[in-house]
Design a protein around this ligand. Structure first.
Ligand code: GDP
Length: 455
């Protein structure tokens, strides 16, 4: 008999970084994030796999946002349930500020409930021991302490190790784990989406049953391919009308006009969007609207050009000619890979899945700060003469100065560019930086975001 599921609840006052930590731990580990009962939209639970063990992480962050005054009883009532359910509580405090009365109240509550607690001291980017010793963390009376930065991820792996050690023993490898990937196949009617899905599923795939807590949609189809669990999102929805969700009115009007709105919710739920086009060398406004949607939602994307069998007299230049055509028609998405397939002949159908895996891997890349700074140096070296302006890297004085760049998030990747004068960074410079990042790391099919700030 395997033991019941183990739960770890993250609690802490507002702004201690609960959701950031939840996201960080679920990204660091191989997490399956899923809505559970009473949380139809919020993703408050993640199944975390670490060192061959599994536990369910609960983020109480979403629960306390309603409480205007964090000291009010509301917050405690709401987190109480999560705490009761938990085998271990991760009590989070903001290590960059002093201990607050709310922290003390929460510590008291945890002690009353006699829970096993790790005191998580968050927002410690630079490990300065002396500073930490100044703080009277012992006042909070926790047996176990972990120090980390949820934002940049430093020492969060150690935290996961510590959690596993403190949780009750469980059987190794409770179930074979496959990282999952939600793939949405979208496109205009009649481009061959259903045929593609059938071609994909018609092969030697193993269908799997849903794991506990992965309340997959009834219309999703799961299968294992190359040790990954693929979830084809809303396969039936391709033919039925879908709910509208919370898209901007302008976008809804556009999509409804284009008659492709079944794709909207599907797209939103996906990790990777496969936009299917026909090989007739025609791109419609519907296709463009779908690409726009994918970009607006910052989804990983691949263009699948179907019905390749209908293209007559192909030679080795044909694909390039087609690629040029589509690139020209969709100039805003040059980094989007294309694959030419035939659902009818099952040509390169499996390659769509291989490409999706590659895109997923690239979307999860974490680039080190020193490598990003090298890219800034390349940008300065290469583009300075053309830009006809002085860009200096580091200490030198000039109109435009780039301090450093770091990656603050993966999948989709977000970079932070620090400069003393953010206003001086034109969109053209941002484009140049993105181009250089892609030159070096490709980020095939992956949208990039660069945030500019002072810091
Ligand atoms: P959906 O509306 O996008 O799901 O499109 P369907 O899968 O229903 O396909 C529409 C039509 O295109 C059907 O008649 C299919 O047989 C045909 N079709 C789909 N894929 C291919 C292909 O690769 N080659 C050819 N020649 N026809 C295809």
């Amino acid at each position: 008999m395997s033991k019941k599921n183990l739960f770890v609840a993250i609690v802490g006052r507002t702004n201690s970084g609960k959701s950031t930590l939840f996201n960080r731990l679920s990204e660091t580990s191989k997490a399956i994030i899923s809505p559970m009962e009473n949380t139809t939209r919020d993703r408050n639970y993640a199944d975390i796999f670490w060192q061959d063990k599994k536990f369910t992480l609960i983020d109480t962050g979403g629960m306390d946002t309603a409480a205007k005054d964090p000291l009010s009883s509301g917050i405690f009532q709401q987190v109480n349930k999560a705490i009761e359910q938990a085998d271990l509580v991760l009590f989070l405090i903001d290590g960059s500020t002093d201990i607050l009365p709310q922290d003390r109240e929460l510590a008291l509550l945890l002690r009353k409930l006699k829970k096993k607690v790790i005191l998580g001291i968050n927002k410690i980017d630079n490990f300065k021991k002396e500073k930490l010793l100044d703080q009277n963390y012992h006042q909070l009376n926790c047996d176990h302490v972990a120090i980390f930065s949820a934002l940049n991820g430093s020492r969060t792996g150690d935290l996961l190790d510590q959690i596993i050690t403190l949780l009750p023993q469980q059987k190794k490898n409770p179930e074979k784990f496959y990282p999952s990937l939600k793939l949405a196949i979208i496109g205009r009617p009649n481009v061959g989406k259903s045929s593609l899905i059938n071609a994909i599923l018609g092969e030697d795939k193993v269908l799997v049953s849903p794991l506990p807590h992965t309340t997959r949609d009834i219309n999703d189809v799961e299968f294992i391919y190359r040790d990954h669990k693929f979830i084809l999102v809303d396969t039936a929805g391709i033919r039925r009308k879908s709910r509208v969700g919370d898209w901007s009115n302008k976008m809804i009007a556009k999509i409804e006009k284009e008659g492709v709105h079944a794709s909207m919710e599907t797209l939103k739920r996906a990790d990777i969007v496969a936009l299917v086009l026909e090989s007739q060398m025609s791109i419609s406004s519907q296709d463009q609207a779908l690409v726009e949607l994918a970009l607006e939602e910052r989804k990983n994307i691949v263009l699948v050009i179907n019905k390749w069998d209908l293209v007559p007299e192909k030679d080795e230049t044909t694909i390039n000619a087609y690629a040029d055509y589509f690139n020209q028609k969709l100039p805003f998405a040059k980094w989007v890979p294309m694959i030419f397939v035939s659902a009818l002949n099952k040509l390169r159908v499996k390659k769509i899945l291989d490409l999706a895996l590659e895109i997923n891997q690239q979307a999860n890349m974490q680039i080190a700060e020193e490598d990003l700074n090298q890219i800034l140096a390349v940008v300065l070296r290469k583009y300075k003469p053309k830009q006809k302006m002085t860009i200096t890297f580091g200490q030198h004085k000039s109109d435009l100065k780039l301090n450093f760049m770091k990656q603050i998030k993966t999948n989709p990747p977000v970079f932070f560019l620090s400069t003393p004068k953010p206003k001086n960074i034109s969109p053209a410079i941002v484009k140049i930086i993105e181009k250089e990042i892609r030159n070096k790391y490709e980020f095939l099919g992956v949208p990039l975001k660069i945030i500019i700030g002072k810091e």
